[in-house]
Design a protein around this ligand. Structure first.
Ligand code: GTP
Length: 597
Protein backbone atom coordinates (compact mmCIF):
# COMPACT_ATOMS: atom_id res chain seq x y z
CA UNK A 1 0.00 0.00 0.00
CA UNK A 2 1.26 3.43 -0.85
CA UNK A 3 0.81 6.48 1.27
CA UNK A 4 2.18 9.97 1.41
CA UNK A 5 4.51 10.46 4.31
CA UNK A 6 5.36 13.65 6.16
CA UNK A 7 8.12 15.67 4.52
CA UNK A 8 11.31 15.85 6.58
CA UNK A 9 12.26 19.45 7.18
CA UNK A 10 15.61 20.87 8.30
CA UNK A 11 16.30 24.36 9.62
CA UNK A 12 19.45 26.10 8.46
CA UNK A 13 20.94 29.53 9.01
CA UNK A 14 23.70 31.61 10.48
CA UNK A 15 24.55 31.29 14.16
CA UNK A 16 22.16 33.20 16.41
CA UNK A 17 19.72 34.02 13.65
CA UNK A 18 17.07 32.07 15.57
CA UNK A 19 17.01 28.42 14.43
CA UNK A 20 16.50 26.99 17.91
CA UNK A 21 13.97 29.63 18.91
CA UNK A 22 11.95 28.90 15.81
CA UNK A 23 11.97 25.13 16.37
CA UNK A 24 10.96 25.70 20.00
CA UNK A 25 8.14 27.91 18.86
CA UNK A 26 6.91 25.26 16.44
CA UNK A 27 7.05 22.66 19.24
CA UNK A 28 5.06 24.96 21.50
CA UNK A 29 2.19 25.39 19.05
CA UNK A 30 1.24 22.16 20.78
CA UNK A 31 -0.16 23.94 23.79
CA UNK A 32 -2.47 26.07 21.73
CA UNK A 33 -3.99 23.17 19.87
CA UNK A 34 -4.17 20.17 22.12
CA UNK A 35 -7.64 19.18 20.97
CA UNK A 36 -6.43 19.04 17.41
CA UNK A 37 -4.22 16.10 18.28
CA UNK A 38 -1.21 18.08 19.33
CA UNK A 39 2.35 17.80 18.33
CA UNK A 40 4.18 14.50 18.69
CA UNK A 41 7.67 14.41 19.95
CA UNK A 42 9.86 11.92 18.14
CA UNK A 43 13.43 11.00 18.81
CA UNK A 44 15.39 13.79 17.16
CA UNK A 45 12.33 15.20 15.45
CA UNK A 46 9.03 16.93 16.03
CA UNK A 47 5.89 16.08 14.14
CA UNK A 48 3.28 18.70 13.43
CA UNK A 49 0.12 16.84 12.36
CA UNK A 50 -1.77 18.39 9.53
CA UNK A 51 -4.73 19.17 11.81
CA UNK A 52 -2.48 21.44 13.83
CA UNK A 53 -1.26 23.17 10.70
CA UNK A 54 -4.87 23.65 9.61
CA UNK A 55 -5.93 25.01 12.95
CA UNK A 56 -3.06 27.47 13.14
CA UNK A 57 -3.58 28.47 9.56
CA UNK A 58 -7.22 29.39 9.97
CA UNK A 59 -8.29 31.65 7.13
CA UNK A 60 -4.81 31.33 5.60
CA UNK A 61 -5.86 27.92 4.34
CA UNK A 62 -7.23 29.73 1.34
CA UNK A 63 -3.58 29.99 0.27
CA UNK A 64 -3.88 26.29 -0.30
CA UNK A 65 -5.55 25.01 -3.39
CA UNK A 66 -6.93 21.49 -3.62
CA UNK A 67 -7.26 18.62 -1.19
CA UNK A 68 -4.80 18.29 1.66
CA UNK A 69 -3.25 14.83 1.55
CA UNK A 70 -0.16 15.41 3.64
CA UNK A 71 -0.33 13.76 7.08
CA UNK A 72 1.86 16.43 8.68
CA UNK A 73 5.36 17.86 8.87
CA UNK A 74 8.41 16.29 10.50
CA UNK A 75 10.98 18.80 11.69
CA UNK A 76 14.48 17.57 12.45
CA UNK A 77 15.30 18.93 15.89
CA UNK A 78 18.99 19.49 15.30
CA UNK A 79 19.33 22.78 13.50
CA UNK A 80 22.24 23.94 11.41
CA UNK A 81 23.85 23.16 8.12
CA UNK A 82 26.30 20.77 9.78
CA UNK A 83 23.31 18.61 10.67
CA UNK A 84 21.95 19.03 7.18
CA UNK A 85 25.12 17.88 5.41
CA UNK A 86 25.54 15.05 7.89
CA UNK A 87 22.08 13.60 7.41
CA UNK A 88 22.07 11.78 4.15
CA UNK A 89 19.67 9.51 2.39
CA UNK A 90 20.17 7.81 -0.97
CA UNK A 91 23.05 10.09 -1.86
CA UNK A 92 21.00 13.25 -1.35
CA UNK A 93 20.03 15.06 1.77
CA UNK A 94 17.76 13.41 4.28
CA UNK A 95 15.67 16.57 4.43
CA UNK A 96 13.02 16.91 1.76
CA UNK A 97 12.65 20.59 2.46
CA UNK A 98 14.43 23.25 4.42
CA UNK A 99 13.73 26.51 6.12
CA UNK A 100 16.55 28.96 5.80
CA UNK A 101 16.38 31.45 8.61
CA UNK A 102 17.91 34.91 8.26
CA UNK A 103 17.97 37.63 10.89
CA UNK A 104 16.40 40.34 8.77
CA UNK A 105 18.30 43.03 10.68
CA UNK A 106 21.68 41.42 10.02
CA UNK A 107 21.06 40.12 6.53
CA UNK A 108 23.32 37.60 4.83
CA UNK A 109 26.16 36.22 6.94
CA UNK A 110 28.81 33.56 6.15
CA UNK A 111 26.70 30.60 7.25
CA UNK A 112 23.72 31.97 5.36
CA UNK A 113 25.75 31.84 2.18
CA UNK A 114 27.13 28.41 3.02
CA UNK A 115 23.63 27.14 3.72
CA UNK A 116 22.39 28.41 0.37
CA UNK A 117 25.34 26.82 -1.44
CA UNK A 118 24.59 23.52 0.25
CA UNK A 119 20.85 23.69 -0.49
CA UNK A 120 21.70 24.43 -4.09
CA UNK A 121 24.11 21.52 -4.28
CA UNK A 122 21.61 19.04 -2.87
CA UNK A 123 18.78 20.61 -4.85
CA UNK A 124 16.66 20.85 -1.72
CA UNK A 125 13.63 23.13 -2.05
CA UNK A 126 13.48 25.71 0.73
CA UNK A 127 11.66 28.73 1.97
CA UNK A 128 13.15 31.66 3.79
CA UNK A 129 12.15 32.85 7.25
CA UNK A 130 13.14 36.50 7.67
CA UNK A 131 13.35 36.49 11.46
CA UNK A 132 13.33 39.04 14.27
CA UNK A 133 10.93 41.48 12.66
CA UNK A 134 9.89 42.47 16.21
CA UNK A 135 13.26 44.25 16.48
CA UNK A 136 12.23 46.79 13.87
CA UNK A 137 11.80 50.20 15.47
CA UNK A 138 8.28 50.80 16.66
CA UNK A 139 7.08 47.28 15.73
CA UNK A 140 3.85 46.34 17.48
CA UNK A 141 4.06 42.83 18.89
CA UNK A 142 1.03 40.56 19.06
CA UNK A 143 2.04 37.06 19.98
CA UNK A 144 1.23 34.24 17.58
CA UNK A 145 -0.41 36.48 15.02
CA UNK A 146 -0.10 35.59 11.35
CA UNK A 147 2.32 37.94 9.66
CA UNK A 148 -0.20 39.49 7.28
CA UNK A 149 -2.53 40.34 10.16
CA UNK A 150 0.31 41.72 12.25
CA UNK A 151 1.78 43.70 9.36
CA UNK A 152 -1.46 45.62 8.76
CA UNK A 153 -1.32 46.91 12.32
CA UNK A 154 2.12 48.48 11.95
CA UNK A 155 2.56 52.15 11.22
CA UNK A 156 3.91 53.17 7.86
CA UNK A 157 7.48 53.75 9.03
CA UNK A 158 7.84 50.29 10.50
CA UNK A 159 6.27 48.74 7.41
CA UNK A 160 8.63 50.70 5.21
CA UNK A 161 11.64 49.66 7.24
CA UNK A 162 10.71 45.99 6.91
CA UNK A 163 10.27 46.42 3.16
CA UNK A 164 13.72 47.98 2.88
CA UNK A 165 15.32 45.14 4.81
CA UNK A 166 13.48 42.56 2.73
CA UNK A 167 14.67 44.23 -0.44
CA UNK A 168 18.24 43.94 0.76
CA UNK A 169 17.76 40.22 1.31
CA UNK A 170 16.05 39.84 -2.08
CA UNK A 171 19.00 41.64 -3.69
CA UNK A 172 21.48 39.24 -2.09
CA UNK A 173 19.49 36.26 -3.28
CA UNK A 174 19.52 37.71 -6.75
CA UNK A 175 23.33 37.86 -6.62
CA UNK A 176 23.32 34.16 -5.77
CA UNK A 177 21.09 33.30 -8.68
CA UNK A 178 17.67 33.22 -6.99
CA UNK A 179 14.50 35.15 -7.65
CA UNK A 180 13.02 35.80 -4.22
CA UNK A 181 9.96 37.63 -3.01
CA UNK A 182 7.74 38.14 0.01
CA UNK A 183 5.55 35.01 0.06
CA UNK A 184 2.30 36.86 -0.61
CA UNK A 185 3.79 38.39 -3.76
CA UNK A 186 5.12 35.16 -5.22
CA UNK A 187 3.45 34.24 -8.51
CA UNK A 188 5.06 30.89 -9.13
CA UNK A 189 6.50 28.92 -6.24
CA UNK A 190 8.56 26.74 -8.59
CA UNK A 191 10.49 29.74 -9.87
CA UNK A 192 10.54 32.11 -6.91
CA UNK A 193 11.79 31.69 -3.38
CA UNK A 194 9.19 32.64 -0.80
CA UNK A 195 10.28 34.82 2.10
CA UNK A 196 8.09 34.75 5.20
CA UNK A 197 8.78 37.56 7.68
CA UNK A 198 8.54 36.12 11.18
CA UNK A 199 9.33 36.71 14.82
CA UNK A 200 10.37 33.33 16.19
CA UNK A 201 10.44 34.81 19.66
CA UNK A 202 6.81 35.97 19.59
CA UNK A 203 5.40 33.46 17.14
CA UNK A 204 4.48 36.03 14.51
CA UNK A 205 4.32 34.58 11.00
CA UNK A 206 4.75 30.96 12.16
CA UNK A 207 1.28 30.23 10.78
CA UNK A 208 2.22 31.26 7.26
CA UNK A 209 5.52 29.47 7.52
CA UNK A 210 3.82 26.16 8.34
CA UNK A 211 1.08 26.54 5.75
CA UNK A 212 3.55 27.45 3.07
CA UNK A 213 5.95 24.65 3.74
CA UNK A 214 3.12 22.14 3.87
CA UNK A 215 1.68 23.51 0.65
CA UNK A 216 5.00 23.37 -1.12
CA UNK A 217 5.65 19.85 0.05
CA UNK A 218 2.34 18.56 -1.17
CA UNK A 219 2.41 20.40 -4.43
CA UNK A 220 5.96 19.72 -5.51
CA UNK A 221 7.09 16.66 -3.60
CA UNK A 222 4.04 14.48 -3.72
CA UNK A 223 5.77 11.81 -5.80
CA UNK A 224 8.87 11.79 -3.67
CA UNK A 225 6.80 11.49 -0.51
CA UNK A 226 4.83 8.50 -1.75
CA UNK A 227 6.18 5.43 -0.01
CA UNK A 228 5.51 1.73 0.24
CA UNK A 229 4.42 1.74 3.85
CA UNK A 230 4.77 -1.97 4.43
CA UNK A 231 8.23 -2.29 2.87
CA UNK A 232 11.38 -2.71 4.96
CA UNK A 233 12.51 0.54 6.53
CA UNK A 234 15.33 2.81 5.44
CA UNK A 235 16.74 5.51 7.62
CA UNK A 236 19.70 7.62 8.64
CA UNK A 237 21.49 7.66 11.98
CA UNK A 238 21.19 11.02 13.71
CA UNK A 239 23.18 10.11 16.76
CA UNK A 240 24.90 7.21 18.47
CA UNK A 241 24.25 7.38 22.22
CA UNK A 242 24.90 5.51 25.42
CA UNK A 243 21.70 5.16 27.46
CA UNK A 244 21.56 3.93 31.02
CA UNK A 245 20.24 0.38 31.02
CA UNK A 246 20.17 0.16 27.23
CA UNK A 247 23.82 0.30 26.21
CA UNK A 248 24.72 1.94 22.91
CA UNK A 249 21.61 3.01 21.02
CA UNK A 250 21.10 4.79 17.72
CA UNK A 251 18.68 7.62 17.10
CA UNK A 252 17.35 7.21 13.60
CA UNK A 253 15.13 9.10 11.22
CA UNK A 254 13.16 6.56 9.20
CA UNK A 255 12.31 8.00 5.79
CA UNK A 256 10.96 4.93 4.02
CA UNK A 257 8.96 1.82 4.87
CA UNK A 258 8.07 0.42 8.27
CA UNK A 259 10.48 -0.65 10.96
CA UNK A 260 9.32 -3.61 13.07
CA UNK A 261 10.49 -4.77 16.42
CA UNK A 262 11.63 -8.15 15.09
CA UNK A 263 13.51 -6.76 12.06
CA UNK A 264 17.19 -7.34 11.46
CA UNK A 265 18.96 -4.10 10.67
CA UNK A 266 22.13 -3.35 8.77
CA UNK A 267 23.91 -0.23 9.97
CA UNK A 268 26.89 1.74 8.68
CA UNK A 269 29.91 1.44 10.96
CA UNK A 270 33.34 3.02 10.81
CA UNK A 271 34.80 0.44 8.44
CA UNK A 272 32.09 -2.15 8.09
CA UNK A 273 28.40 -2.86 7.86
CA UNK A 274 27.01 -3.96 11.23
CA UNK A 275 24.26 -6.59 11.12
CA UNK A 276 22.16 -6.83 14.26
CA UNK A 277 18.76 -7.73 15.61
CA UNK A 278 16.56 -5.02 17.13
CA UNK A 279 16.07 -5.39 20.87
CA UNK A 280 13.66 -2.48 21.33
CA UNK A 281 12.13 0.39 19.39
CA UNK A 282 11.80 3.38 21.67
CA UNK A 283 10.01 6.65 21.48
CA UNK A 284 10.07 9.43 24.06
CA UNK A 285 7.33 9.54 26.66
CA UNK A 286 5.28 12.70 26.70
CA UNK A 287 7.13 15.20 28.88
CA UNK A 288 4.41 15.37 31.54
CA UNK A 289 4.56 11.61 32.04
CA UNK A 290 8.26 11.34 32.79
CA UNK A 291 8.51 10.81 36.52
CA UNK A 292 11.80 8.95 36.62
CA UNK A 293 14.47 10.07 34.11
CA UNK A 294 15.64 6.45 33.82
CA UNK A 295 12.34 5.59 32.15
CA UNK A 296 12.08 8.22 29.51
CA UNK A 297 10.99 5.95 26.70
CA UNK A 298 8.03 3.88 25.65
CA UNK A 299 8.45 0.72 23.62
CA UNK A 300 6.62 0.39 20.34
CA UNK A 301 6.13 -2.60 18.03
CA UNK A 302 6.59 -0.77 14.79
CA UNK A 303 7.05 2.65 13.30
CA UNK A 304 6.24 3.87 9.80
CA UNK A 305 8.05 6.58 7.87
CA UNK A 306 8.60 9.38 8.42
CA UNK A 307 9.55 9.12 12.08
CA UNK A 308 12.34 9.55 14.56
CA UNK A 309 13.02 6.48 16.70
CA UNK A 310 15.60 5.17 19.11
CA UNK A 311 16.87 1.67 18.39
CA UNK A 312 18.41 -0.49 21.08
CA UNK A 313 20.35 -3.43 19.67
CA UNK A 314 23.56 -5.31 20.43
CA UNK A 315 26.79 -4.39 18.67
CA UNK A 316 26.05 -0.76 17.88
CA UNK A 317 29.26 0.59 19.42
CA UNK A 318 30.89 1.08 16.04
CA UNK A 319 27.84 2.69 14.41
CA UNK A 320 28.50 5.96 12.69
CA UNK A 321 26.31 9.07 12.84
CA UNK A 322 25.10 10.06 9.40
CA UNK A 323 25.29 6.58 7.95
CA UNK A 324 22.39 4.51 6.66
CA UNK A 325 20.18 2.02 8.48
CA UNK A 326 18.43 -0.58 6.35
CA UNK A 327 15.94 -3.11 7.67
CA UNK A 328 16.11 -6.65 6.34
CA UNK A 329 13.61 -9.46 6.58
CA UNK A 330 15.50 -12.20 4.73
CA UNK A 331 19.07 -13.41 4.28
CA UNK A 332 19.01 -11.99 0.79
CA UNK A 333 17.91 -8.57 2.09
CA UNK A 334 20.77 -8.62 4.60
CA UNK A 335 23.35 -9.26 1.89
CA UNK A 336 21.91 -6.56 -0.35
CA UNK A 337 21.81 -4.05 2.49
CA UNK A 338 25.40 -4.86 3.44
CA UNK A 339 26.59 -4.26 -0.10
CA UNK A 340 24.69 -1.00 -0.33
CA UNK A 341 26.08 0.31 2.93
CA UNK A 342 29.65 -0.78 2.23
CA UNK A 343 29.65 0.84 -1.17
CA UNK A 344 28.36 4.06 0.36
CA UNK A 345 31.08 4.06 2.99
CA UNK A 346 33.75 3.25 0.43
CA UNK A 347 32.61 5.93 -1.93
CA UNK A 348 32.93 8.58 0.73
CA UNK A 349 36.02 7.45 2.57
CA UNK A 350 39.18 8.00 0.61
CA UNK A 351 42.49 6.26 1.16
CA UNK A 352 44.33 7.08 -2.02
CA UNK A 353 47.98 6.87 -1.09
CA UNK A 354 48.67 9.72 -3.47
CA UNK A 355 50.13 13.07 -2.51
CA UNK A 356 47.29 15.06 -1.05
CA UNK A 357 45.71 16.57 2.03
CA UNK A 358 44.19 14.81 5.04
CA UNK A 359 40.45 15.38 5.60
CA UNK A 360 38.56 14.59 8.80
CA UNK A 361 34.90 15.19 9.61
CA UNK A 362 32.35 14.23 12.23
CA UNK A 363 30.07 12.18 10.01
CA UNK A 364 30.09 10.44 6.66
CA UNK A 365 27.78 13.07 5.22
CA UNK A 366 29.89 16.05 6.19
CA UNK A 367 33.03 14.18 5.12
CA UNK A 368 31.51 13.77 1.70
CA UNK A 369 30.48 17.42 1.52
CA UNK A 370 33.95 18.72 2.47
CA UNK A 371 35.77 16.24 0.21
CA UNK A 372 33.58 17.15 -2.72
CA UNK A 373 34.30 20.82 -2.23
CA UNK A 374 38.07 20.20 -2.06
CA UNK A 375 37.97 18.10 -5.19
CA UNK A 376 36.10 20.83 -6.99
CA UNK A 377 38.95 23.19 -6.07
CA UNK A 378 41.48 20.66 -7.45
CA UNK A 379 42.97 20.04 -4.04
CA UNK A 380 44.01 16.36 -4.07
CA UNK A 381 43.03 14.18 -1.09
CA UNK A 382 45.19 11.43 0.34
CA UNK A 383 42.87 10.40 3.14
CA UNK A 384 39.31 11.28 4.09
CA UNK A 385 37.96 9.70 7.23
CA UNK A 386 35.51 10.20 10.09
CA UNK A 387 36.89 11.14 13.50
CA UNK A 388 38.93 13.69 15.44
CA UNK A 389 42.35 14.79 14.26
CA UNK A 390 44.95 12.46 15.74
CA UNK A 391 48.69 12.18 15.98
CA UNK A 392 48.63 9.64 13.13
CA UNK A 393 46.98 12.21 10.87
CA UNK A 394 49.72 14.73 11.67
CA UNK A 395 52.45 12.15 11.01
CA UNK A 396 50.87 11.34 7.68
CA UNK A 397 50.66 15.04 6.76
CA UNK A 398 54.33 15.37 7.71
CA UNK A 399 55.32 12.69 5.24
CA UNK A 400 53.35 14.51 2.55
CA UNK A 401 54.95 17.84 3.41
CA UNK A 402 58.31 16.43 2.30
CA UNK A 403 56.86 15.86 -1.15
CA UNK A 404 54.69 18.94 -1.42
CA UNK A 405 54.79 21.65 1.19
CA UNK A 406 51.31 22.95 0.30
CA UNK A 407 49.58 19.61 0.68
CA UNK A 408 51.05 18.58 4.03
CA UNK A 409 47.99 20.01 5.81
CA UNK A 410 44.90 18.75 7.61
CA UNK A 411 41.29 19.82 7.12
CA UNK A 412 38.72 19.20 9.85
CA UNK A 413 34.97 19.78 9.80
CA UNK A 414 33.25 19.75 13.19
CA UNK A 415 36.02 17.70 14.79
CA UNK A 416 38.42 18.20 17.67
CA UNK A 417 42.18 18.29 17.40
CA UNK A 418 43.65 15.87 19.95
CA UNK A 419 46.15 17.48 22.26
CA UNK A 420 49.15 15.40 21.19
CA UNK A 421 48.24 16.00 17.55
CA UNK A 422 48.17 19.76 18.14
CA UNK A 423 51.56 19.66 19.84
CA UNK A 424 53.33 17.85 17.02
CA UNK A 425 51.55 19.91 14.37
CA UNK A 426 52.71 23.14 16.02
CA UNK A 427 56.24 21.89 16.52
CA UNK A 428 56.62 20.53 12.98
CA UNK A 429 54.71 23.26 11.17
CA UNK A 430 51.70 21.26 9.95
CA UNK A 431 48.78 23.67 9.45
CA UNK A 432 45.38 22.43 10.61
CA UNK A 433 42.27 24.09 9.18
CA UNK A 434 39.23 23.33 11.31
CA UNK A 435 35.77 24.86 11.62
CA UNK A 436 32.12 24.33 10.92
CA UNK A 437 31.77 26.30 7.71
CA UNK A 438 33.16 24.41 4.74
CA UNK A 439 33.95 27.35 2.54
CA UNK A 440 35.58 29.22 5.43
CA UNK A 441 37.91 26.26 6.08
CA UNK A 442 38.90 26.20 2.42
CA UNK A 443 39.23 29.97 2.30
CA UNK A 444 41.58 29.87 5.31
CA UNK A 445 43.67 27.25 3.53
CA UNK A 446 43.82 29.28 0.34
CA UNK A 447 44.85 32.43 2.22
CA UNK A 448 47.58 30.49 4.02
CA UNK A 449 48.81 28.99 0.77
CA UNK A 450 48.95 32.36 -0.94
CA UNK A 451 50.92 33.90 1.91
CA UNK A 452 53.34 30.95 1.87
CA UNK A 453 53.83 31.23 -1.86
CA UNK A 454 54.50 34.93 -1.64
CA UNK A 455 56.99 34.52 1.21
CA UNK A 456 58.76 31.80 -0.75
CA UNK A 457 58.93 34.00 -3.81
CA UNK A 458 60.33 36.90 -1.83
CA UNK A 459 63.00 34.60 -0.47
CA UNK A 460 63.79 33.26 -3.93
CA UNK A 461 64.01 36.76 -5.32
CA UNK A 462 66.42 37.75 -2.56
CA UNK A 463 68.61 34.71 -3.28
CA UNK A 464 68.68 34.92 -7.03
CA UNK A 465 70.79 37.15 -9.26
CA UNK A 466 69.15 38.50 -12.37
CA UNK A 467 70.97 38.76 -15.70
CA UNK A 468 72.51 42.08 -16.78
CA UNK A 469 74.87 43.39 -19.47
CA UNK A 470 76.63 46.74 -19.02
CA UNK A 471 79.08 48.87 -20.96
CA UNK A 472 81.71 51.21 -19.53
CA UNK A 473 81.62 54.63 -21.12
CA UNK A 474 84.47 54.90 -23.65
CA UNK A 475 85.52 58.32 -22.39
CA UNK A 476 88.29 58.35 -19.73
CA UNK A 477 86.46 61.23 -18.05
CA UNK A 478 83.99 58.66 -16.66
CA UNK A 479 86.65 56.77 -14.79
CA UNK A 480 86.20 58.36 -11.37
CA UNK A 481 88.57 56.11 -9.52
CA UNK A 482 90.91 53.42 -10.82
CA UNK A 483 90.83 50.86 -7.94
CA UNK A 484 89.82 49.83 -4.37
CA UNK A 485 87.12 50.13 -5.53
CA UNK A 486 87.15 51.11 -9.17
CA UNK A 487 84.43 53.69 -9.86
CA UNK A 488 83.26 54.04 -13.46
CA UNK A 489 80.37 55.48 -15.43
CA UNK A 490 78.34 52.81 -17.28
CA UNK A 491 75.13 52.20 -19.17
CA UNK A 492 72.96 49.12 -18.59
CA UNK A 493 72.52 47.63 -22.07
CA UNK A 494 70.21 44.74 -21.17
CA UNK A 495 68.65 43.34 -18.01
CA UNK A 496 69.55 44.76 -14.62
CA UNK A 497 72.30 45.04 -12.04
CA UNK A 498 72.26 45.30 -8.25
CA UNK A 499 74.89 45.83 -5.56
CA UNK A 500 76.46 42.47 -4.71
CA UNK A 501 76.33 41.12 -8.28
CA UNK A 502 79.65 39.70 -9.55
CA UNK A 503 80.76 40.83 -13.02
CA UNK A 504 82.73 39.01 -15.72
CA UNK A 505 84.39 39.90 -18.96
CA UNK A 506 83.43 38.76 -22.43
CA UNK A 507 85.87 35.85 -22.11
CA UNK A 508 84.16 34.68 -18.92
CA UNK A 509 86.83 35.90 -16.51
CA UNK A 510 85.51 37.21 -13.17
CA UNK A 511 86.54 40.87 -12.62
CA UNK A 512 84.96 41.74 -9.27
CA UNK A 513 81.75 42.51 -7.43
CA UNK A 514 79.49 45.57 -7.68
CA UNK A 515 79.76 47.38 -4.37
CA UNK A 516 77.34 50.21 -4.98
CA UNK A 517 75.38 51.98 -7.69
CA UNK A 518 74.99 55.74 -7.79
CA UNK A 519 72.57 57.72 -9.92
CA UNK A 520 73.39 61.43 -9.82
CA UNK A 521 73.99 61.88 -6.10
CA UNK A 522 71.85 58.96 -4.84
CA UNK A 523 72.83 55.41 -4.06
CA UNK A 524 70.30 53.06 -5.66
CA UNK A 525 69.54 49.38 -5.28
CA UNK A 526 68.98 48.53 -8.91
CA UNK A 527 69.77 49.90 -12.36
CA UNK A 528 67.90 48.68 -15.42
CA UNK A 529 68.33 48.73 -19.17
CA UNK A 530 68.89 52.29 -20.40
CA UNK A 531 70.03 53.63 -17.01
CA UNK A 532 73.31 55.56 -16.97
CA UNK A 533 74.93 55.32 -13.58
CA UNK A 534 78.24 55.20 -11.74
CA UNK A 535 79.18 51.88 -10.16
CA UNK A 536 81.84 50.96 -7.65
CA UNK A 537 83.47 47.57 -8.41
CA UNK A 538 85.57 45.85 -5.77
CA UNK A 539 88.42 43.91 -7.39
CA UNK A 540 89.64 45.26 -10.71
CA UNK A 541 92.02 48.05 -11.61
CA UNK A 542 90.85 50.22 -14.50
CA UNK A 543 93.39 50.12 -17.31
CA UNK A 544 94.70 46.73 -16.27
CA UNK A 545 91.68 44.41 -15.77
CA UNK A 546 88.90 46.50 -17.26
CA UNK A 547 88.90 49.26 -19.81
CA UNK A 548 86.69 52.18 -20.84
CA UNK A 549 84.24 51.11 -23.56
CA UNK A 550 84.29 47.43 -22.44
CA UNK A 551 81.17 45.26 -21.99
CA UNK A 552 80.77 43.40 -18.69
CA UNK A 553 78.23 40.72 -17.74
CA UNK A 554 76.60 39.63 -14.52
CA UNK A 555 78.35 36.38 -13.58
CA UNK A 556 75.30 34.17 -12.92
CA UNK A 557 75.66 30.77 -11.27
CA UNK A 558 73.99 27.60 -12.52
CA UNK A 559 71.63 27.81 -9.51
CA UNK A 560 70.62 31.33 -10.46
CA UNK A 561 69.76 30.33 -13.95
CA UNK A 562 67.81 27.23 -12.84
CA UNK A 563 65.72 29.30 -10.42
CA UNK A 564 65.17 31.99 -13.03
CA UNK A 565 64.03 29.58 -15.67
CA UNK A 566 61.97 27.29 -13.43
CA UNK A 567 60.49 29.32 -10.61
CA UNK A 568 60.88 32.98 -11.50
CA UNK A 569 60.07 32.86 -15.17
CA UNK A 570 57.21 35.32 -14.76
CA UNK A 571 59.57 37.84 -13.22
CA UNK A 572 61.76 38.02 -16.34
CA UNK A 573 60.94 40.62 -18.95
CA UNK A 574 62.21 40.75 -22.53
CA UNK A 575 65.37 42.62 -21.76
CA UNK A 576 66.22 40.16 -18.95
CA UNK A 577 65.82 37.31 -21.43
CA UNK A 578 68.14 39.02 -23.95
CA UNK A 579 70.68 39.59 -21.17
CA UNK A 580 70.41 35.94 -20.17
CA UNK A 581 71.10 34.83 -23.74
CA UNK A 582 74.19 37.09 -23.93
CA UNK A 583 75.46 35.68 -20.65
CA UNK A 584 74.88 32.11 -21.81
CA UNK A 585 77.03 32.86 -24.87
CA UNK A 586 79.86 34.02 -22.63
CA UNK A 587 79.51 31.14 -20.17
CA UNK A 588 79.28 28.29 -22.66
CA UNK A 589 82.84 28.94 -23.83
CA UNK A 590 83.94 27.26 -20.60
CA UNK A 591 80.88 25.36 -19.35
CA UNK A 592 78.82 23.18 -21.70
CA UNK A 593 75.86 23.32 -19.26
CA UNK A 594 75.05 26.78 -20.61
CA UNK A 595 74.84 25.54 -24.18
CA UNK A 596 71.68 23.66 -23.22
CA UNK A 597 69.75 26.81 -22.34
N1 GTP B 1 13.97 39.80 19.31
C1 GTP B 1 14.06 38.57 18.83
N2 GTP B 1 15.05 37.78 19.24
C2 GTP B 1 15.12 36.54 18.75
C3 GTP B 1 14.20 36.06 17.79
N3 GTP B 1 14.54 34.79 17.48
C4 GTP B 1 15.61 34.51 18.20
N4 GTP B 1 15.97 35.54 18.98
C5 GTP B 1 17.10 35.62 19.91
O1 GTP B 1 18.29 35.46 19.22
C6 GTP B 1 19.23 34.70 19.96
C7 GTP B 1 19.68 33.49 19.17
O2 GTP B 1 18.59 32.64 18.91
P1 GTP B 1 18.77 31.09 18.75
O3 GTP B 1 17.44 30.53 18.46
O4 GTP B 1 19.56 30.51 19.85
O5 GTP B 1 19.64 31.10 17.44
P2 GTP B 1 20.24 29.85 16.67
O6 GTP B 1 20.25 30.23 15.25
O7 GTP B 1 19.56 28.61 17.07
O8 GTP B 1 21.68 29.90 17.22
P3 GTP B 1 22.71 28.69 17.27
O9 GTP B 1 21.94 27.47 17.76
O10 GTP B 1 23.72 29.17 18.25
O11 GTP B 1 23.21 28.54 15.88
C8 GTP B 1 18.52 34.33 21.25
O12 GTP B 1 18.90 35.26 22.23
C9 GTP B 1 17.05 34.47 20.91
O13 GTP B 1 16.27 34.81 22.01
C10 GTP B 1 13.15 36.95 17.38
O14 GTP B 1 12.31 36.63 16.57
N5 GTP B 1 13.15 38.19 17.93
Amino acid sequence: MKKIRQPIIAVLGHVDHGKTTMLDRIRKTNVASKEAGGITQHIGATEVPIEVVKEIAGPLLSLWKGEIKLPGLLFIDTPGHEAFTSLRARGGSLADLAILIIDVNEGFQPQTIESIEILKKYKTPFIVAANKIDRIKGWKINENEPFLVNFKKQDQRAQQELETKLWEVIGKFYEMGFQANRFDRVQDFTKELAIVPISAKYGIGIAELLVLIAGLAQRYLEQKLKIEVEGPAKGTILEVREEIGLGTTIDVIVYDGTLRKDDTIVVGGKDEAIVTKIRALLKPKPLDEIRDPRFRFDQVDEVAAAAGIKIAAPGLDGALAGSPVIAARSEEDVEKAKQEILSQIERIKIESGEIGVIVKADTLGSLEALSKELQEKDIPIRKADVGDISKTDVMEALSIKDENEYLGVIFGFNVKVNEDAREIADARGIPIFVGNIIYKIIEDYEAWRKAEEEAKKRELLAQTKFPGVIKLFPDERYVFRRSHPAIVGIEVLEGRIKPGYPLMKQNGERVGVIKSIKSKSDFIQEAKRGDQVAIAIEGPIVGRHIHPGEMLYVDLSRDDVMRLVKELRNELDETDIRALKEIAKVKKQKDPFWATL
